[in-house]
Design a protein around this ligand. Structure first.
Ligand code: WT7
Length: 635
């Protein structure tokens, strides 16, 4: 089917949007029929702000919806996962094969003592076993918490401990940029501090892996003895499907909890509305399963719709910059969903790498993670899509479960504006307001808010309701505030302008400045630290750290200290948080009440006007930072 075959008239789309807001119960009650339920709900929505319960008392199983129901249809022998390794090895797994493996692994989990409601941590490379592990948890109602495989031992342990996971599923090795990364060492280190973990299951990729007796098991071995079928356990619609940690404004990551029913309905419907997927599609979302995009649009929504997905382990520009285009050509990818940072990186290699491949199967190009700058948009549209494929810019976040502001290309060919994610999606009542919550006129920058609950909305933060209420519902009372700045133009298009809190967006990853500062000050040489984001051509933004050293470190070799601190951050938080620059200063600009003025630091690093300095305590701190910046440039 060509794109456009299923378009509905614009008038109809507007009617649907109106109905969804006017009568959400009727609307979402009908949409929820996209899933198979074991028991229908008594009520579509119970809204006690800020807590929403969707499909109250309904029962379903997410794994059944992603796997079992397809093997009863002609999708049975269809490719579910086309997996490509960095060295080019390819495995194609049909829905039937996925069904068999998920059943067996769900039984493995049961045999390890995992029960409904227990937490299971998943720390894995992008291999099919990662998706199998997630689905197997869902099959028995266990709550998974996937930790991105680029996180360090400490970050892994922190997440395992917060979730109190019983079992950890991992692999001994990860392949990236031609290197083998030893996950086993990281896991062993993390497990020294994880008292709740009873067992670890390893997908063995290295033959001489040494397992700890009674604690560690090999995936392959356990699968041999497992049952071929176990019944999927229907859970309450509001039973947590997973916890996923994300960065916030304090040092501790937030455990975002998603429901089973609402989340599955919302991701499945947004998948349909955004891309209009059909049986001819090969859908490739390049996100890692460690992030929400990997949960919603690599695993749950595509599989619920019986779509064929591509899963790739490795860097999209390795062993050469043509790798991504080669995979699209080889497997006939029809929808590509990636991040602006990836597009900007691919642009630097030049058009030739793209032109050498037949990309005629592509029909939609998706973008997510940060605003897509016009230059990247143009290149994506012209060079990659050959001016045929709409650019589908999807704005959302871990907490929203699925797309919030996006063009519903699957059902309507709306005119696009480069850099705008277009309009709030079906069932989303969004607005732009000032800090007091007043609606702003067109083209005025303000806070983006959502005024109504939607089924994909997080159901809370893991065991921390207070933080949930404060983080999302207090800034603008009784509205969901994602903490992003935006404007709405005269045609009603929304333009996201970036974070409205102390969170950085580095290559599409959220990094809390407080989290990074917390890590830096935990190093014995550091007395104080302030982290800001510096604009970067490829990554969008990179962390820059201003550090005040402890007295007895003033005479130490600064170059060595910087290297040590960078290594420390990599080990403590993970390579994605690596500071791009570290500057040693004696003072930081602070307000009279003692708050670090990050805004001033940012202006200084960008050589911009400093703006209002009336609240600064000590002006000399500015000269101090300026001098350090000058020295840095000449070094
Ligand atoms: C933050 C969420 C959910 C996708 C992956 C990131 C920024 C995300 C866009 C976009 C402008 C975007 C926002 C948001 N963001 N998509 N299309 N245009 N900004 O998930 O880690 O929860 O980060 O990423 O700042 O709040 P996340």
């Amino acid at each position: 089917m060509k794109s456009g075959d299923k378009y509905i008239p614009l008038k109809k789309l507007n009617e649907i949007k109106e109905l969804a807001l006017k009568n959400p119960e009727k609307f979402w009650g009908e949409q929820a029929r996209c899933l198979d339920w074991n028991k229908t709900w008594d009520k579509v929505l119970e809204w006690k702000p800020p807590y929403a319960k969707w499909f109250v008392n309904g029962r379903l199983n997410a794994c059944y919806n992603c796997v079992d129901r397809h093997i009863l249809t002609s999708k049975r022998n269809k490719a579910a996962i086309i997996w490509v390794a960095e060295n080019g090895d390819t495995k194609i797994m049909t829905y039937y094969e996925l069904y068999r493996k998920v059943n067996k692994f769900a039984n493995v989990l049961q045999n390890l003592g995992v029960e409904t409601g227990d937490r299971v941590a998943i720390y894995m490379p992008m291999i099919p076993e990662a998706a199998i592990a997630m689905l197997a948890c869902a099959r028995i109602g266990a709550i998974h918490t996937v930790v991105f495989s680029g996180f360090s031992a400490d970050a892994l342990a922190e997440r395992i401990n917060d979730a109190q996971a019983k079992v950890l599923i991992t692999s001994d090795l990860l392949y990236r940029r031609g290197k083998k990364i030893n996950l086993k060492n990281i896991v062993d280190k993390a497990l020294l501090n994880c008292p709740t973990i009873n067992h670890t299951v390893y997908v063995k990729r290295n033959s001489d892996l040494k397992l700890v007796e009674g604690r560690d098991y090999s995936w392959e071995e356990l699968m041999k003895g497992a049952k071929n079928y176990i019944d999927p356990i229907p859970v309450d619609s509001n039973h947590p499907l997973f916890i996923l940690y994300t960065s916030g404004t304090t040092g501790k990551p937030k455990g975002v909890v998603h429901s089973t029913g609402g989340y599955m309905v919302y991701t499945t419907k947004t998948m349909e509305w955004t891309w209009g997927v059909n049986d001819m599609d090969v859908f490739w979302c390049t996100a890692d399963i460690g992030w929400i995009t990997g949960h919603s649009y690599v695993v749950y929504a595509p599989l619920a719709l019986g779509t064929t997905i591509v899963m790739y382990e490795g860097a999209i520009d390795y062993p050469n910059p043509g790798r991504i285009w080669e995979i699209i050509e080889n497997h006939g990818v029809t929808i590509l969903y990636t991040a602006p940072t990836a597009i900007r990186m691919l642009m630097t290699y030049g058009e030739e790498w793209v032109k050498n491949h037949d990309l005629s199967t592509l029909r939609i190009l998706g973008s997510v993670g940060e605003p897509i700058n016009p230059r990247a948009w143009k290149w994506y549209y012209e060079v990659v899509g050959n001016r045929r494929c709409p650019i589908c810019d999807c704005y959302w976040q871990t907490e929203t479960g699925g797309h919030i502001i996006y063009p519903p290309i699957g059902i309507q060919n709306i005119p696009l504006k480069p850099g705008s994610a277009t309009f709030p999606g079906i069932g989303i009542d969004a607005d732009i307001v000032d800090e007091s919550g007043n609606s702003l006129p067109a083209n005025k920058k303000g806070l983006l808010i959502i005024k109504n609950p939607w089924p994909g909305m997080l159901i809370g933060l893991w065991k921390n309701n207070k933080r949930y209420e404060e983080a999302y519902w207090k800034r603008v009372p009784n509205c969901y505030c994602p903490s992003d700045y935006a404007i709405k133009d005269e045609d009603g298009y929304f333009w996201i302008l970036g974070r409205a809190d102390e969170v950085l967006n580095v290559a599409g990853h959220r990094i809390g400045t407080a989290e990074l500062e917390h890590v830096l000050v935990s190093h014995h040489a550091v007395a104080e630290a302030a982290v800001i984001g510096k604009p970067d051509d490829i990554k969008g933004e990179v962390p820059v750290a201003f550090v005040i050293l402890n007295k007895n470190f003033h005479d130490k070799n600064k170059k060595e200290l910087k290297e040590e601190l960078i290594k420390y951050v990599k080990e403590t938080m993970g390579p994605i948080a690596t500071p791009h620059m570290i500057l040693f200063v004696n003072k930081l600009p602070k307000t009279r009440s003692g708050k670090i003025m990050r805004r001033v630091l940012k202006k200084l690093i960008m050589s911009e006007e400093l703006g209002d300095l009336s609240t600064i305590e000590d002006n000399t701190s500015i000269e101090e930072v300026k001098k350090e910046l000058m020295d840095f440039e000449y070094r």
